[in-house]
Write a protein that binds this ligand. Structure first.
Ligand code: CTP
Length: 413
């Protein structure tokens, strides 16, 4: 199988998807330039349709340049051969996304009004509809708006956001449009099969940091990319995801609850605190095996006689083995990075940690890289997956885990 790089997966993520991206009037129209760029970069074809009000905030010329397709703004546009733009534009679409969705446009949708091209397209569609609200906080909180949004949800429309925070009008509250990257992530998630719907997944990721003194410590080269990619893939598959992360410089994946920790002991405590609410536990973190017995309270200084500092190490708790030993454990998945003889060490480690599934990395050199090659160890034998970009691999692994994890959560239930 061909090797997929990060760039290749980015290109492939929405490949083959055709979206109608409808802009209604609002200052958040500026965010749609970036959203369009992200969608096009991910391989989607994007057909822009704008209301008259939207053209006051961003020009059709800009949107045409970014989408690479003609932009439609009027239901009387004669460019479509049979003059049926309101029907034809959505017929090939996998979804219509309204972003930004203004208060007025949401009201129109809730009542099935169609007095312009975009609202008519929505009423005449035969594909899913996603709306991304953007408005002042009072307009969002208005009972009429809340009724209209509830009606849209009841009609099966996906409502993405809104966000909370500073608004263009200077006020602060709910109603901001999601950022372009968050909207993009929500659209990608919408297209993924919900194979983990209703399941609660707990993931550890990244390295741990064990202090020697206030400025030094022991850590390792884990970047956290694999664990974060698994958290993203699990959330896209519909799971409720709790990510316990060691010190890494990565963005929290869309829809994931993240808890940051530093040391192995903190990671252990955070995980043990969360396991009762967990169906599937995936231990991806590269946990430090040892810590210094008493880290120095003050910075350790060099001495005049050049004496080397000495440290006493004690073993850190094995988080995965501890969870797997619980009386009613979640379905436990371990990872193993070995520098050699993976087939022997992988199965030995799986049996020793008493977990049903262990994923073996082919070599520690995968640390920090964007792709990876893994082997699945189970009591029944070994399965090899092809080398792939970590995001794509994460999706393949989540599919393998979803097939194996018993419904109802615990192995014993
Ligand atoms: N793990 C853990 N807690 C630890 C050590 C490891 O939860 N204190 C988990 C890792 O997250 C991984 C699996 O156990 O899922 C295997 O980790 P690895 O570092 O490969 O194995 P170790 O148990 O540390 O064994 P060794 O370093 O001797 O190979």
């Amino acid at each position: 199988m061909a090797r997929l790089t990060e760039a290749a997966l980015d290109t492939a993520e929405l490949a083959g998807k055709h979206l109608v991206l409808g802009l209604s009037g609002g200052i958040a129209c500026y965010k749609i330039a970036e959203l369009t760029r992200l969608l096009v970069k991910a391989g989607a074809t994007v057909q822009i349709v704008m209301t008259e009000a939207a053209t006051q905030f961003i020009t059709p010329v800009t949107m045409q340049a970014l989408s690479g397709r003609p932009v439609y703004t009027s239901q009387w546009d004669a460019r479509i051969a049979n003059n049926m733009a309101h029907i034809d534009l959505s017929r090939e679409a996998d979804a219509i996304v309204i972003a930004p969705a203004s208060t007025d446009f949401i009201a129109k949708l809730a009542h099935g009004n169609c007095d312009d091209l975009l609202s008519t397209l929505c009423v005449a569609r035969d594909c899913p509809l996603l709306v991304v609200p953007a408005m002042n906080r009072q307009m969002w909180q208005n009972p009429a708006t809340q009724r209209n949004v509830a009606q849209l949800r009841a009609d099966g429309v996906q409502v993405l956001g809104p966000d909370s925070g500073a608004q263009a009008c200077g006020e602060v509250g709910d109603g901001r449009m999601l950022e372009p990257s968050a909207t993009f992530e929500a659209i990608c998630a919408f297209f993924q099969p919900k194979i983990l719907q209703g399941r609660r997944v707990l993931i550890t990721a990244g390295p741990t940091f064990e202090p020697l003194d206030p400025v030094r410590g022991i850590t390792n080269r884990s970047s956290g990319k694999m664990g974060f990619a698994l958290a993203r893939a699990a959330a896209q598959a519909g799971a409720d995801v709790h990510l316990v992360a060691g010190p890494v410089a990565l963005e929290t994946p869309w829809g994931v609850y993240r808890e940051d920790v530093q040391t192995a002991q903190q990671m252990h405590d955070a995980v043990l605190h969360a396991t009762a609410d967990t169906d599937i536990f995936i231990a991806v973190a590269a946990v430090a095996d040892w810590r210094v017995d008493h880290a120095s309270e003050h910075k350790i200084k060099k001495t005049a006689d050049h004496a080397m500092p000495t440290f006493t190490f004690i073993e850190n708790p094995d988080i995965l083995a501890t969870v797997a030993r619980l009386p009613n454990p979640p379905y436990c998945v371990g990872f193993a990075a070995e520098s050699g003889n993976l087939e022997v060490h992988g199965e030995e480690k799986r049996a020793r940690k008493n977990v049903p599934l262990l994923i073996g990395n082919l070599g520690p050199l995968t640390f920090g890289l964007d792709d990876n090659e893994v082997v699945l160890f189970e009591a029944s034998g070994i399965t090899r997956l092809p080398r792939a970009d970590k995001k794509l691999l994460a999706r393949l692994l989540i599919a393998e885990i979803a097939k194996r994890a018993p419904r109802g959560g615990s192995l014993l239930s």
